[in-house]
Design a protein around this ligand. Structure first.
Ligand SMILES: NC(=O)c1ccc[n+]([C@@H]2O[C@H](COP(=O)([O-])OP(=O)(O)OC[C@H]3O[C@@H](n4cnc5c(N)ncnc54)[C@H](O)[C@@H]3O)[C@@H](O)[C@H]2O)c1
Length: 265
């Protein structure tokens, strides 16, 4: 049985993962870490083990990685960029892999991930759905086929609680389109005021409202015609399924960087 630690266990994605793992025959959740959990109790008779004061879906949830005593084979993270350093430190100390699903990383965070991947296996994607993995390939092919005469805009829509904008998936799709032009096209995030005629850019736009799970559209607008490719996630479950699949894939892999393409190929 693969033993998984879930970082962000008390969040929406944490709940999806824990529910799915309850019915899994190959992997199980052994504990969680979440900054919303109260401090653990340090038992007077033992200086080594801390007693979690939060439980969800039958697993203990600790406030920090320092409190985790359980044996763990792999970490899945759906939380926030702030915990990245502690998470990678824990995974390196234990010599286990990390599945990073959190979005909104800075350049400095990405450099930390790059460095860690020289020592442990790290699986990172801003979107665990197979549909988005396919969409990225289609977008690259469409951009290469249509060429510079077609203006490219990426529009994403998410629920009103989403913290980062644009979504990590929108950035991945824009990168896919840009890769067809040797990385030449700059990104323009939203537009406002007297911006003048459109240039060579790829426009990226974030819409927020209600309970929208996640919608991504890439538009190629040319002379007298518009082509759009879209993906709509109907529930968060699709991401949890992909992340568990990634965790199982990562156990026993050598140090390095992995993403959805590694699973699908
Ligand atoms: N890669 C994907 O396919 C995918 C899919 C969905 C969501 N996400 C990303 O996953 C993240 C979480 O999404 P969610 O919808 O579950 O959000 P959420 O707000 O419901 O849950 C996040 C949880 O992380 C916890 N947390 C925040 N900061 C923390 C820290 N420093 N240390 C430990 N725990 C911390 C919060 O207390 C909360 O319980 C977001 O970044 C979101 O964009 C990625």
């Amino acid at each position: 049985m693969i033993r998984i630690l879930i970082c962000g266990a008390l969040g929406k994605m944490g709940a999806n993962l824990l529910e799915l793992l309850q019915g899994d025959t190959e992997a199980c959740a052994v504990c969680g870490v979440d900054s919303a959990a109260p401090e653990s109790l340090i038992l007077p008779e033992s200086s080594e083990s801390a007693q979690a004061t939060a439980w969800t879906h039958g697993v203990p949830v600790y406030k920090t990685f320092a409190e985790v005593a359980e044996a763990v084979d792999v970490v899945i993270d759906f939380s926030a960029p702030a915990v990245l350093g502690d998470l990678l430190g824990f995974a390196e100390e234990r010599g286990i892999g990390a599945v990073l699903a959190t979005t909104g990383y800075t350049e400095a965070d990405l450099a930390k991930i790059e460095a860690a991947s020289a020592r442990i296996p790290v699986f990172r994607t801003a979107n665990f759905s197979i549909g988005i993995t396919l969409l990225m390939r289609l977008v690259r092919e469409a951009a290469a086929f249509l060429g510079k005469d077609y203006d490219i805009e990426v529009i994403e829509r998410h629920h009103n609680k989403k913290k980062d904008a644009p979504s990590g998936t929108a950035l991945m799709l824009a990168e896919s389109a840009r890769s067809a032009f040797d990385g030449e096209k700059p990104f323009v995030f939203g537009r406002e005021g007297m911006v003048g005629a459109r240039g060579e850019e790829i426009g990226i736009h974030a819409v927020r409202g209600g309970t929208i799970v996640g919608e991504h559209e890439v538009m190629f607008a040319g002379e007298d015609e518009v082509i759009t490719v879209t993906h709509s996630a109907r529930s968060k479950r699709v991401f949890a399924v992909g992340a568990i699949r990634a965790a199982k894939f990562l156990v026993g892999k050598p140090a390095g960087k992995y993403d959805m393409n590694d699973i699908l190929e």
